[in-house]
Design a protein around this ligand. Structure first.
Ligand SMILES: Cc1cc2nc3c(=O)[nH]c(=O)nc-3n(C[C@H](O)[C@H](O)[C@H](O)COP(=O)(O)OP(=O)(O)OC[C@H]3O[C@@H](n4cnc5c(N)ncnc54)[C@H](O)[C@@H]3O)c2cc1C
Length: 416
């Protein structure tokens, strides 16, 4: 029980809804001009995806630079590529500037190819980034095996702009920095309703109402229908992770000896890294629900053993899952549905870097930058067509993809 509970103010320049990377980095950026900012979270700080992710700090989006240029035109696409390509650097610079202790290391990220065609795609991606100055290279199978301690992958992309961090410590560090600049953060204080009136917005919570000139919605995959279309602007997937007990010195020599975080290219991908206290943590697609059961633990364990059979006798000590928002346009959505209201969400597993970077872009709009001058495309706010169907389609597609992956593992490499 906290000794002192601050009262919700009746007014603020800006109310930010959601205390994850997007909301807190927005509040932090806004506080550089004026700290009269209130952040509300329905849960605790970082209890959404920001405190429970894989800690992989990856620059760029799921779309490659060429695709961004095709979609947005050469000039705008190139500027956007530059912005998203610099997102990981932005995070590491911010952590250094704010002195956040979160085990941040910018020494690379590996994307490992599970078959030759996937390696060709990675080669193509690497060439695209290299031609734009990105410190990205392709590793052959022997180099990949040396860094990963497993020979199941055909090769990999190594992105030296990327890295890793402890996600919960990072989000707490952002919150502490925001508070030290005057931002007021209220946990267990859900925004229940938004009303637009003269001179701004009224946000209703169970603890009272706040009036604000500007409101930012940063609720990502945990969105409620604060605006009726809000939960229908993306598809929710669940990602499931588990951590082992700390590994012995002998196992640390064998499991990810290179120490870099990894994602692989399976349709239902696995992502994994080692923690500072020597645990192995792996994530993969979760079931379509927040609650876990024993089957979930068994499934992550099977994925761990598929890559590192030597973990057979190492217990899993923690297992958890969280929600991921897959945006309709395949890139994060930045939108202004009404005057004084900004929404940013939908990072599709690239949010450690991109949600942090989004804070500055949102703050620019809140500070009065016209949307057409934004460095990031500000797009119309609308629900996906037939949105309720997408969840069922996603569930079926995920199962089909899982069987395709299992089939490929068997056919292409005996056991794999
Ligand atoms: C298991 C998992 C692993 C991942 N791994 C990686 C990774 O390795 N690398 C990477 O780049 N990305 C990863 N991601 C994605 C990344 O974590 C997210 O993109 C990012 O954290 C999104 O941040 P956010 O602030 O937008 O949203 P969140 O951190 O989800 O915060 C949204 C907040 O809004 C609050 N909220 C919702 N409704 C209300 C309301 N009405 N009133 C008040 N508050 C409300 C929620 O309580 C929540 O705290 C992963 C995600 C998951 C779930």
């Amino acid at each position: 029980m906290p000794a002192f509970v601050a009262r919700l103010p009746s007014r603020a320049r800006c109310v930010v809804i959601g205390a994850g990377y997007t909301g807190l980095s927005t509040a932090l950026e806004l506080s550089a001009i004026d700290g009269d900012v209130v952040v509300l979270d329905a849960l605790n700080i970082g209890e959404g995806a920001s405190g429970r992710n894989g800690g992989q700090v990856i620059p760029g989006l799921k779309l490659n630079p060429d695709e961004l240029e095709q979609r947005f035109g050469q000039s705008k696409g190139a500027a956007l590529t530059d912005l998203v390509g610099g997102a990981a650097q932005h995070v590491f610079d911010l952590i250094k500037r704010l002195g956040i202790e979160c085990g941040a290391r910018q020494d690379g990220w590996i994307q490992a190819a599970h078959h030759d065609a996937a390696l060709d795609n990675l080669l193509n991606r690497a060439v695209q980034w290299q031609s734009r100055g990105g410190d990205v290279q392709v590793l052959d199978q022997a180099q990949t095996t040396r860094l990963l301690g497993t020979s199941i992958y055909k090769g990999a992309l190594l992105d030296r702009r990327a890295g890793q961090l402890q996600p919960y410590q990072y989000v707490q560090g952002l919150a502490a920095a925001a508070r030290s600049r005057g931002v007021k953060i209220f946990e267990h204080c859900a925004a229940l309703q938004l009303r637009r009136g003269e001179g701004g917005w009224t946000v209703t919570t169970a603890s009272g109402e706040i009036r604000a000139e500007q409101v930012v919605i940063a609720t990502n995959a945990y969105s409620s229908p604060l605006l009726p279309a809000l939960p229908h602007t993306y598809v929710t997937l669940w990602s499931l992770q588990a951590a082992t007990a700390p590994l012995s010195a002998a196992l640390l020599d064998q499991v990810l000896p290179g120490g870099l975080p990894v994602s692989d290219t399976f349709r239902v991908l696995r992502y994994f890294r080692r923690t500072d206290d020597g645990r192995f943590v792996l994530g993969t697609r979760g079931a379509f629900r927040d609650a876990l059961n024993g089957g979930d633990v068994a499934r992550v364990r099977a994925e761990m053993l598929d890559i590192y059979p030597m973990l057979e006798n190492v217990p899993i000590t923690h297992c958890w899952c969280g929600r991921v928002a897959v945006p309709a346009a395949s890139i994060p959505m930045l939108s202004q549905p009404e005057p004084g209201l900004t929404v940013a969400l939908g990072y599709y597993g690239r949010g450690v870097a991109m949600a942090t970077r989004m804070g500055g872009l949102v703050a620019d709009l809140v500070n009065g930058l016209p949307p057409e001058e934004s460095a990031y495309p500000v797009t119309p706010f609308k629900a996906m067509p037939a949105a309720p169907l997408h969840r069922n389609v996603a569930r079926v597609a995920a199962n089909v993809m899982r069987f395709q992956d299992l089939f490929e593992r068997r056919v292409r490499g005996g056991k794999r």
